[in-house]
Ligand binder design. Structure first.
Ligand code: SAM
Ligand code: DTB
Ligand code: SF4
Length: 342
């Protein structure tokens, strides 16, 4: 373990991180790492603010893909019902409730490999209707063509979530039905269409620390850093090939968040799936390490998330406040183009 005690310096936005630099960050003592991450965090954000996004599964189950963590793959017996695409009015009921509860962004997920053109009209109407409520909109629907991405962007979709999940090397252990490059192509389609990218991954699937570094290195060397970076801890779902994975040490989650914060200083780093299993102290450490966004609402897509009331009590206890403000993402914060975002 490194014994570096560097004083934090002004952290510029870089897209040329090397794997070695990323590994060195992971190997710092936790105290040095969190100190550096917190210093970087304070250069770009109010450290007492957390952004809230609420999730809704608008098309549950029956997915053709083999993602080994996923409750919604048709290949595993997980007891999840298969449902059709939810109609717009029902989506709006959930969105209104999320807004009333204080959420700034509404994120809609579908258990699809990719978007079909026959669903585009309905999806466009849903985006427009949620947008009209005054919320930020996000969708995660699987792979998107460049034409589909443009249609969603034109409808007012602010964010598209598409995770790369892990390192390129570990990826084949997790998914075989679509490639790492397929995922990167979708991210490029989203970016070219002018939408903000939301992209992250999962830890605790049996990957090594080197793989966690590979995940963050890929994200931090994209042409522009994702505006939002969700870091999920595996929620083991019975019936999936990863249903009996042991929980990863929560300090490794803290470490991963801290490295993400240092590599992508202006991005929102979201403490995502897995919050129920790390308790309040674990979550507080993640905020200290630079997480500044959470999924808010008692359900993720198919698994439980902390109750709204307990989240509000935790934020109150920590003296933190929520924000629904649009993100100060890299695209918005770099004026010179020197970060490579132009
Ligand atoms: N079908 C679309 C796709 O895969 O892009 C969208 C929905 S998918 C469920 C969204 C993301 O949730 C996945 O890429 C994965 O990173 C995360 N996820 C799914 N199941 C999870 C689990 N059991 N634990 C942690 N994260 C999970
Ligand atoms: C993301 O990175 N995490 C969310 C969201 N993007 C779509 C999903 C987490 C899913 C956890 C397992 C479940 O509820 O099925
Ligand atoms: Fe399908 Fe997405 Fe689940 Fe993979 S993660 S099985 S693509 S719903």
């Amino acid at each position: 373990m490194s014994t570096l005690h560097e004083s934090p310096q002004t952290q510029s936005i870089r897209n040329d991180w090397t794997r070695e630099e990323v590994s060195r960050l992971f190997d710092l003592s936790l105290m040095d790492l969190v100190h550096q991450a917190q210093a970087v965090h304070r250069q770009h954000f109010d450290p007492n603010e957390v952004q809230l996004s609420t999730l809704l599964n608008i098309k549950q189950g029956g997915c053709s893909e083999d993602c080994k963590y996923c409750s919604q793959s048709a290949r595993y017996q997980t007891g999840i019902d298969n449902e059709k695409l939810m109609d717009k009015d029902r989506v709006l009921q959930f969105a209104r409730q999320a807004k009333a509860n204080g959420s700034g962004r509404f994120c809609m997920g579908a258990a699809w490999r990719n978007v079909k053109n026959r669903n585009m009209d309905e999806l466009v109407e849903i985006v427009q209707a949620v947008k009209d409520l005054g919320m930020e909109t996000c969708m995660t629907l699987g792979m998107l063509s460049s034409e589909q991405a443009q249609q969603l962007a034109d409808a007012g979709l602010d964010y598209y979530n598409h995770n790369i999940d892990t390192s390129r090397e570990f990826y084949p252990e997790v998914v075989t039905t679509r490639s790492y490059d397929d995922r990167l192509d979708t991210l490029e389609n989203v970016r070219s269409a002018g939408m903000h990218v939301c992209c992250g991954g999962i830890i605790g699937m049996g990957e090594s620390r080197e793989d966690r570094g590979g995940l963050l290195h890929t994200l931090a060397t994209l042409p522009a850093h994702p505006g939002s970076v969700p870091i999920n801890m595996l929620v083991p779902v019975a019936g999936t090939p990863m249903g009996d994975r042991e929980m990863i040490d929560p300090l490794e989650l803290v470490r991963t968040i801290a490295v993400a914060r240092i590599l992508m200083p202006a991005s929102y780093v979201r403490l995502s799936a897995g919050r129920r299993s790390i308790g309040e102290t674990g979550q507080a450490l993640c905020f200290l390490a630079g997480a500044n966004s959470i999924f808010y609402g008692d359900k993720l897509l198919t698994t439980p998330n902390p109750e709204e009331t307990s989240d509000m009590a935790l934020l109150e206890k920590l003296g933190m406040k929520t924000t629904g403000e649009p993100v100060a993402s890299q695209e918005a914060s770099c004026e010179s183009g020197s970060c490579g975002c132009g």
